[in-house]
Design a protein around this ligand. Structure first.
Ligand code: MTE
Ligand code: MO
Length: 410
């Protein structure tokens, strides 16, 4: 059996100081064996101001714009409370004064330009809200979640399991917006959305702006959301309006939504054309698949490092499982690195196919070392693979082996 990935020399050098400190605080720090980037919420850095309202101990801070939720924090509840939700910004998050600047303009409100429809329209947020609203629960997950387990240290944030959350959104269905604009042509193949971040004048928007396209089929479920878990969207998560494309990777869920377009072609902006492509090592370009639909995936959230050594006897193994585009129907758990599998039971609420579910398996463990793994399947018989799909930028990792955890039972 293949060993769970060790840490590259590069990461080791970067993190050895934090590790030494961590080891002195948690004597059982060896549980972090394959998670060396995890500072365990020890407070090695402060949260940046725009997310200072979040719960610091629950995060691994990779940078001001890449903040990951600790493994053991997810799955305590099905829906992830806002203060525990990861943050990822390609461009710095919009500031309140930038949003106010739009609001103080001609329309006296946040505006979204809808084009590629029969009657192109500039909507004020307040008027959008009058078109109707619905709630939907989805998994929000960065395409690079699990990148830290790849063997070739792909460029980008070394996310482990915590660039993911399960969130209830509230907003207007995109279909209702299209109808209010007189509909779209039958030739339409893509929906393209753009974030409202101010692009400095010396930069070319084509290479810097956040603009993403998805196949037009996404309008079946997509919404323009202004609420996240019952609260108005925060600056960090895309105030005041955000596109939600259920089942699609995080990057398609455009924050600070400023434009929505319908067209025959996908966007030619760099972030759509060249970035977020699942390409073989050393290759890139628009001919490779875009980070769109998320695959079936699960991972164990407890028992995990924070508890230190796990007492022997009855142990409850739990985690989260998502079906991608289809309902998650089954999760199997192994305590011996994938040698034998037992079916876990789902617990907690079922919020539908785009949410994740919590699973649990109770078992008796004698003292020793165990490799815990989980493997999910969905209603289309798609099952989490043992191996990740190798790719240059380390996207879409759903390997059960990579996401396994080692525990010491005493
Ligand atoms: N406007 C805008 N939308 C964006 C981004 C961004 O930088 N700007 N980042 C994307 C990426 S890569 C991810 S993973 C998610 C992160 O959402 P969160 O910060 O609310 O967790 O937002 C996506 N939407
Ligand atoms: Mo992302």
């Amino acid at each position: 059996m293949k060993n769970i990935k060790g840490t590259s020399r590069r990461n080791f050098i970067k993190n050895s100081a934090g590790l030494a400190l961590a080891a002195s605080v948690f004597p059982s720090f060896n549980l972090y064996a394959n998670h060396k980037k995890d500072d365990g919420g020890l407070g090695l850095a402060d949260l940046p101001d725009y997310v200072s309202w979040k719960d610091r101990p629950s995060f691994i801070i990779h940078s001001d714009n890449t903040i990951e939720t600790h493994r053991s924090v997810l799955g305590q509840t099905v829906i992830t409370p806002n203060k525990y939700i990861y943050v990822r910004n390609n461009l710095p998050s919009m500031k309140q004064d930038e949003i106010d600047y739009v609001r103080e303009g001609e329309f006296k409100d946040w505006i979204v330009r809808i084009s590629g429809v029969r009657s192109p329209t500039i909507f004020k947020l307040n008027d959008l809200k009058k078109l109707g609203s619905k709630k939907i629960v989805t998994v929000l997950q960065c395409s690079g979640n699990g990148r830290g387990f790849f063997g070739h240290a792909p460029r980008g944030t070394q996310w482990l399991t915590g660039a993911a959350a399960c969130v209830e959104w509230e907003g207007v269905p995109v279909k209702d917006v299209i109808n209010a604009c007189g509909g779209i042509s039958s030739k339409t193949k893509f929906m393209t959305s753009r974030g409202g971040e101010t692009i400095p004048a010396m930069l070319n928007p084509v290479t810097t702006a956040i603009e993403r396209s998805q196949p037009i089929s996404v309008i079946k479920h997509a919404i323009l959301a202004w609420k996240m878990n019952g609260e108005d969207l925060s600056l960090a998560h895309g105030a005041p309006l955000r596109l939600i494309v259920p089942g699609y990777f995080g990057i398609n869920n455009i924050k600070h939504l400023a434009r929505l377009d319908f067209a025959e072609k996908e966007s030619s902006f760099k972030i759509q054309r060249d970035s977020y492509r699942i390409s073989p090592h050393g290759k890139k370009g628009p001919q490779y698949p875009s980070c769109w639909e998320m695959p079936v995936k699960s991972w164990i959230t407890s028992p995990y490092s924070k508890e230190g050594v796990v007492p022997s006897g009855k142990v409850k193994i739990s985690g989260v499982a998502m079906g991608g585009m289809h309902d998650v129907t089954k999760v199997k758990v192994s305590i011996n690195g994938g040698g034998d599998w037992e079916t876990a039971k789902f617990v907690g609420e079922d919020y539908g196919r785009f949410a994740w579910r919590k699973f649990e398996l109770e078992t008796n463990l004698k003292p020793g070392k165990y490799i815990l793994s989980s493997k999910a399947s969905n209603s289309r018989w798609q099952t989490q693979p043992m191996e990740r799909m190798e790719n240059e930028r380390g996207y879409a990792n759903n390997s059960w082996l990579d996401h396994s955890v080692t525990i010491n039972v005493a």
